[in-house]
Design a protein around this ligand. Structure first.
Ligand SMILES: Nc1nc2c(c(=O)[nH]1)N[C@H]1C(S)=C(S)[C@@H](COP(=O)(O)OP(=O)(O)OC[C@H]3O[C@@H](n4cnc5c(=O)[nH]c(N)nc54)[C@H](O)[C@@H]3O)O[C@H]1N2
Ligand SMILES: Nc1nc2c(c(=O)[nH]1)N[C@H]1C(S)=C(S)[C@@H](COP(=O)(O)OP(=O)(O)OC[C@H]3O[C@@H](n4cnc5c(=O)[nH]c(N)nc54)[C@H](O)[C@@H]3O)O[C@H]1N2
Ligand code: SF4
Ligand SMILES: [Mo]
Length: 909
């Protein structure tokens, strides 16, 4: 019984334990097999039996073992900057919340939680706020992520239902990806799609994204749409389907309403209007429309390019309209498919963790639903209206309406728009509690009370992935220090506030059973979310729970593979019909020489605010510093140099990031990743630049289209350093820090010259002049502005600095690897000072494959020297791309590039 098997596969090590759990990163929800040996070291592999990944893992999942270092963890509670014990900290939280409520009412307090909560954490938080504190002021970072999809689903279906499953992406004949960089953000799902295409080459892939992403590289058709042109495009598609007699009239008549109104709104744009709104030529638009029209099995996958917009809900409905109008929903290979970002975005929606929802997909605004939940919880008070949504919640802290907040499992000082104002709001709020696994984040710095959370590998519970499949996350190590699960801290506060009877839980299983029971109350098919079949799980059965997709009304249903909604035409609206929603696309902004559109998003190997992937040398090697992709024509126009720095500024704030000149972004737009924080860079929190404008239906911010000015930063010098120890402080206007295997890499620049470099580097490394064990070699060409230092303690490299008037060309990977070398001979010490690999130490170049640390130089050498002509051949020669496969798209690009050089033909852009 159970999912813990003594891992004696090699026969030699009976003390090894293999535990099946779920990856804590993206919403694909891959099964992970974690093996712990007797020394405590952890080996991570894909779970071959998990129906999300069948054994695959991406680069982030594969590197999970590197993020388990206790370094940097929050190990005990803190109150007002002083260590405290749990009992006192919990007493204080309960007392301050109770006093604030007594004096100012329940709406003067709030929780701000996360799609990275386990369902059990989420259920308890929501029950405490909505049923016992009596306010709906609980919102979540899902507001920044899935809220527009939730609102769009509810408008069309009457419920927040994702109709399909992953197998649909394999069974489709056409997959359309809208605002989704699937290859980087849902890599295992992308690999399943890629494998299906390899098996059935007739399958077509269309990618709709303003940028030419790694995903777009693989597409049959890439539509580089104008930012926020999506609603117009799908409106145009609906008109095209109607005008070419491609609607499913029978399905429409029997099961839907609103076609005429939706079509009338969609007809607002003529052909020229459509071209202007989408920025696309007539040819590619016609190709896309014809593909959609002529292919019955179509799946439209959408993600943040759709949701994170002030018109996000309308974009969602414009897409859903086309699927409803063709009856392509809920059948194998057909349907709209919102892929969720966080591992438990779906679980959060199930427990009703958003401020405008109620538990178990019930409606806060519906008195009957409210009464049902009140009865079930035996709740003393329930809010009758929605609470404050994330952006408004922080505004309410700023202006004094919310006086106590508990932030759990999210880092809003980095991830909310207008982020400098978010930090100020926390400082203005009289009582701020933060529960986090890490001690030092941009948010924990603003807390009055810090509560240490048990993290992945240490806590037990469930998560639901994008295809509505519930999987267990299982603990396989003890939490460090005094870290405890989030649900436990919530229960302890609830008890101390006098609600102990309603929060009797001793383990996650007890919470899960209650959650499952609530979903089934008076349901009988009236609500989509029903996991009544899991209500009776004993503790051991919960422990052994296999991945189960909902609906799971009975235990037998829970064991069925691949369930779908709506093929039967039965929706959850009042009329029982699916609703087509009229959508009016936003007005097209005139082009401007002065302003750029700031697009933001993700990179392949990093996760959000770097608190976890930033700990991994492997994952930090792929893209090691904050950057802005800018088109070559724009770079020329504003005078920005390749690898120089750009200042990006809005009326909210400014950042300083590296220029990455590339025609992958359209002219007029720059793309900046969301990941870098004040822990890792001097000024790269991109949300400081994003205005707090939100979608009127969902309250979701438009995180992908700020209006900004972009100017080159006039650096007097640029530098690069490697350091054995993390520097305490860096005296430079621009710096960016990344983990290396045996230390740190540091990028540097400033407009102000440094007068004494020798002193500067000693401060950076933290060495005293008098330390006899330290030797500092220096090279200087003052006229050229070149300074180099290499510092050795007992002949081992502890730091090196390379400074020049231009971005320095030292091989980062090679230099960082020298930190791990043993004592260096004089010749080797001078090679480091020269910043160059000798013949015996080839420079691997920028890392492409993080699993095997294969750099671009090694791949190019395999093409040129060993005649490798395909991704597979390069894999055979170098191992690159043979483990997780996340880098295969980039290797393909390098192969294509080399081939086009061979033939003298540049691949058309
Ligand atoms: N590596 C990695 N993977 C992750 C995460 C991570 O941090 N790192 N986070 C997870 C989470 S929480 C989420 S929500 C998902 C997000 O997954 P995705 O949504 O795939 O990721 P993003 O990079 O945010 O945005 C996707 C694309 O939207 C495009 N876009 C911008 N504006 C528009 C527009 O107007 N129209 C269209 N059609 N496209 C537009 C951007 O250019 C970008 O390439 O990723 C999950 N997976
Ligand atoms: N400009 C811009 N902004 C964005 C986005 C964008 O594309 N562009 N994307 C948005 C989206 S889709 C999302 S999902 C958000 C993500 O933004 P955040 O949620 O703010 O980012 P994370 O880094 O995932 O924060 C999770 C925090 O929880 C901590 N943690 C980890 N495990 C546990 C645990 O078990 N318990 C507790 N209590 N804490 C834990 C981590 O250390 C970390 O501090 O960002 C949003 N912001
Ligand atoms: S695709 Fe990667 S990040 Fe997402 S769940 Fe799977 S292994 Fe984790
Ligand atoms: Mo997200």
């Amino acid at each position: 019984m159970g999912r813990k098997d003594a891992g004696t596969a090699d026969g030699s090590n009976p003390s090894r334990q293999c535990v099946k759990t779920t990856c804590p990163y993206c919403g694909v929800g891959c099964g992970v097999a974690a093996t712990v040996d007797e020394t405590g070291s952890v080996t991570i592999a894909g779970d071959p039996d998990h129906p999300a990944n069948f054994g695959r893992l991406c680069s982030k999942g594969a590197a999970l073992g590197e993020t388990l270092d206790p370094d940097g963890r929050l190990l005990r509670p803190w109150v007002d900057g002083r260590p405290a014990d749990w009992d006192n900290a919990l007493n204080l939280v309960a007392a301050r919340f109770a006093d604030t409520i007594a004096e100012h009412g329940p709406d003067s307090v709030a929780f701000y939680v996360s799609g990275q909560f386990l369902t059990e954490d989420y259920y308890v938080a929501n029950k405490l706020m909505k049923g016992f504190i009596g306010s709906a002021n609980i919102d979540t970072n899902s507001r920044l992520c899935m809220a527009s999809t939730v609102a769009g689903h509810r408008r069309a279906f009457g419920t927040d239902t994702v109709p399909g499953c992953y197998a649909d992406l394999e069974q489709a004949d056409l997959v359309v990806l809208v605002g989704s960089n699937l290859a980087w953000c849902h890599p295992v799902l992308y690999q399943r799609l890629a494998a299906a295409r390899a098996a059935r080459p007739e399958m077509r892939l269309v990618v709709i994204d303003p940028r030419r992403t790694a995903t777009a590289d693989a597409a049959d058709l890439h539509l580089a749409i104008r930012p926020d042109g999506d609603a117009a495009l799908f409106n145009g598609l609906l008109v095209h389907l109607a005008d070419t007699d491609a609607l499913d009239r029978a399905y429409l008549a029997a099961h839907t309403e609103g076609l005429d109104e939706a079509l009338a709104a969609a007809r607002g744009l003529d052909v020229a209007g459509l071209a202007a709104a989408t920025g696309l030529d007539a040819g590619p638009i016609a190709r896309f429309f014809a593909l959609f029209r002529d292919t019955r099995r179509v799946v439209t996958v959408f993600s943040q390019g759709v949701n994170q917009s002030t018109g996000g809900t309308d974009k969602v409905n414009a897409i859903l309209n086309c699927h409803l109008a063709t009856g392509r929903i809920g059948r194998p290979g057909m349907g709209p498919f919102s892929v969720t970002g966080q591992p438990n975005a779906m679980g959060g929606r199930e427990v009703g963790g958003l401020a405008n929802q109620l538990a178990a997909h019930m409606d806060l605004a519906d008195p009957a639903d409210r009464e049902r939940v009140r009865r079930f919880w035996n709740a003393p008070r329930m809010p009758e209206a929605g609470g404050l949504k994330a952006v408004d919640l922080f505004q309410a802290m700023a202006d004094g309406r919310v006086k106590a907040v508990w932030i759990m499992c999210t880092n809003p000082v980095d991830s909310l728009p207008d982020a400098d104002r978010v930090a100020a709001a926390l400082d203005a709020c009289p009582f701020v509690v933060v529960s986090d696994a890490m001690a030092d984040t941009d948010t924990t710095r603003h807390a009055d009370v810090l509560l240490p959370a048990a993290g992945w590998s240490e806590k037990d519970g469930t998560v639901t992935n994008s295809e509505r499949r519930i999987s267990r996350q299982r603990a396989f190590r003890a939490a460090p220090g005094e870290a405890r699960p989030d649900w436990w801290a919530l229960v302890e506060v609830a008890r101390r506030m006098g609600f102990g009877d309603a929060f009797p839980y001793r383990n996650a299983a007890e919470i899960f059973r209650e959650h499952a029971a609530l979903s089934a109350i008076d349901n009988h098919g009236a609500r989509d979310f029903d996991i009544g079949g899991l209500t009776g799980l004993s503790d051991p059965a919960y422990d052994a729970l296999e991945p189960a997709q909902w609906p799971a009304r009975t235990a037998a249903e829970a064991a069925l593979p691949d369930r779908r909604f709506f093929a039967d035409g039965r929706f959850f609206t009042a009329s029982g019909r699916g609703r087509l929603v009229p959508v009016v696309p936003p007005a097209v902004q005139p082009a401007s020489d002065e302003f750029f559109v700031l697009n933001t998003g993700r990179v392949r190997d990093h996760w959000h605010t770097l608190t976890r992937t930033g700990l991994s040398p492997r994952l930090s090697a792929h893209l090691a510093e904050p950057f802005a992709e800018i088109h070559p024509a724009d770079a020329r126009r504003i005078g920005a140099a390749e690898a120089g720095l750009l200042r990006i500024e809005s009326d909210r704030g400014a950042i300083l990031v590296r220029a990455l000149v590339t025609d992958r972004v359209p002219s007029g737009s720059v793309f900046v990743p969301m990941h870098w924080t004040d822990r890792f860079a001097s000024a790269a929190r991109v949300d400081a630049v994003i205005p707090p404008a939100t979608d009127p239906h969902s309250g979701q911010p438009g995180s992908k289209s700020a209006t900004v000015r972009v100017t080159p930063y006039a650096a007097a010098w640029y530098g690069f350093a490697v350091l054995a120890d993390r520097p305490r402080a860096v005296d430079a206007a621009y710096w960016a820090l990344a983990r290396a295997r045996d230390g740190w890499k540091l990028e540097l620049a400033d407009a102000a010259p440094v007068s004494n470099w020798a002193a500067w580097i000693r401060t950076l490394i933290g060495i005293a002049d008098s330390d006899p064990a330290v030797q500092v070699l220096a090279y200087r060409d003052a006229k050229a502005g070149i300074h180099r230092f290499a510092a050795f303690r007992d002949d081992r490299l502890i730091g090196a600095l390379f400074v020049g008037p231009d971005p320095v060309a030292v091989s980062r990977t090679w230099a960082a690897e020298r930190l791990g070398d043993g004592p260096a001979e004089p010749r080797q010490r001078y090679a480091i000072l020269a910043g160059r690999a000798g013949g015996d130490q080839p420079d691997p170049g920028a890392i492409v494959c993080s699993c095997f640390a294969v750099g671009v130089n090694r791949i190019v050498a395999a093409i040129a020297g060993q005649g490798c002509a395909s991704v597979n051949e390069i894999g055979a020669a170098t191992n690159a791309g043979t483990n997780c496969g996340s880098c295969r798209a980039e290797i393909q690009r390098i192969v294509d590039h080399a081939r086009s050089r061979d033939t003298g033909i540049e691949k058309a852009g």
